[in-house]
Design a protein around this ligand. Sequence first.
Ligand code: ATP
Ligand code: MG
Length: 602
Amino acid sequence: MRLSQMLFVTLREDPADAEIPSHKLLVRAGYIRRIAPGGYAYLPLMWRVLQKISQIVREEMNAAGAQECLLPQLQPADLWRESGRWDTYTKAEGIMFSLVDRQKREMGLGPTHEEVITAIARDMIRSYRQLPLNLYQIQTKFRDEIRPRFGLMRGREFIMKDAYSFDLDEAGMKATYQKMNQAYHNILRRCGLEFRAVDADSGAIGGSGSQEFMVLAEAGEDEVLYTADGQYSANVEKAVSLPPEAQPSPFRQYEKKATPNTETIETLSQWLNCPATAIVKNVLYQAVFDNGITVLVLVSLRGDQEVNEVKLQNELVKLAGHYGGKALLALMVPDEEAQQKWAAKPLPLGYIAPDLADDYIQPQKGLAPKFLRLIDQTAVDLTHFVTGANEVGYHVVGANWGKEFPKPKQVVDIRKAKPGDRALHDPTQILQTARGIEIGHIFQLGTKYSQAMGATYTNEQGEEVPLVMGCYGVGVSRLAQAAVEQSYDADGIIWPVAIAPYHAIVVIPNVNDAAQVAAAETLYTQLNAAGIETLLDDRDERAGVKFKDSELIGVPYRIVTGKSLKEGKVEVVQRATKETQVIPIDEVVTTLKSALASATLS
Ligand code: ATP
Ligand code: MG
């Protein structure tokens, strides 16, 4: 491709709305253009990158026995009602764009395709003889993200590869999951990324087990906790650990003490001169279930610990049935305005005890009349502890469960694992932290969707049983940007060779020099003929501008038909290292061929 004939526009200035390097660089280098919040045009250079990634994904999926298809993006609400996800995906914090068509039918734009694929499986899979099956597609997904940002990293429209597997039983599903796990390792390795596979929370997709593939980068929105022995790594949302040992409480006598201005654990432990690990802290949440019922949740945990809200959400989903609901719509720490709606009297905030009386709740329709009290193991283990006195300015010390406070009933793991904690598998291993960008997520779904939607098959014994499913996503467009986030310098992007839009760019320093033009044209033709995807910068621009642009767009090799032409030589510059070689023109093709071959993994 000739730059003179391309839509090729680079910017000197960073776009005002871009916060992270990869976003700035992709806009400046003319790869993407913002059209709406979280909506980007993939310009010709970007489209080539996306196609290369898609091709690698395709090859690995096909090699693992999956088949490509393409499913509708416009999906009927009824299917989502069958799975029970319509409300959670369209109401409150739900991320599905929904609409009503001219026949007054409710529809949604696909954020994911479990419902559609399960409906197809229900209609078409009848017998065990048809199994196992694994279908995938590469397609635009729509999600009305609460905070679209960072360019392609969190778009409201983005490209995903999603695959869905159907097996005879749990064992078959696990075998398929392992194959996908391997395929994902291959995809990321071939794309030239540094990554880590981590234990993950299954979120709204559901199922029993899942892993995320994290590309390691400072700008990542996710935190990964891992051990140096390589035995453990997990998204902090899911991570488990041994908390630090609690220090003994200095209080032996149960007593109420005046503790003015001690709303925080820090001020309280200073005032009482006691360790934070001797305190039971109580945090108030407000949960709304899909049937509209609001429940006030009192979470108790050890003073030095923090609530893991993802774990809390999962516990609440498990308890939804008690309140007549199926799913959780929203979870928040109630602010003053929210408290006013239900509190019968002012709450002793900062001084709450695990037995805060239910009469703080003003009885009303749609509100559970009692606190849901959830206690983390770290709090249960404490004796002679300090906690609130349910009165502003006072705490109690030397308290015990089963004595001053009722024995905890609902004990749950609800604390956030932290860097510095000891690992469960080996307490000498200490959890370390890294930032990651979630590129892929694979799930063991089991029969969640097949059961809900009646997708069954007849097994060898003649019984009708539900299909056992898995699902597997890769964020193709997010991956492209993550590659840049992991590989750039002060001058621009440095693409991994396997996903670079082009392999080389031939730069003519002076288009008015006939010899330079002739040599460049020959090289351009020869390189492309040899399968080396090459650009030709034939624009009537200063040489400096052209060099800068070639660095900004990050193409792996630049060939310059400049000064050395007199000796029959050209300059070959490697983008990543800036290493420059001056070589005879007739060696350019072979030199680049071998350099590119060694840089591309298969
Ligand atoms: P996140 O936790 O980042 O919101 P998710 O867990 O909702 O992602 P999945 O439903 O697992 O994402 O989707 C599969 C993959 O699609 C993700 O691993 C990610 O790479 C990509 N992806 C998800 N949401 C977005 C988005 N808004 N923009 C770009 N890519 C996305
Ligand atoms: Mg995910």
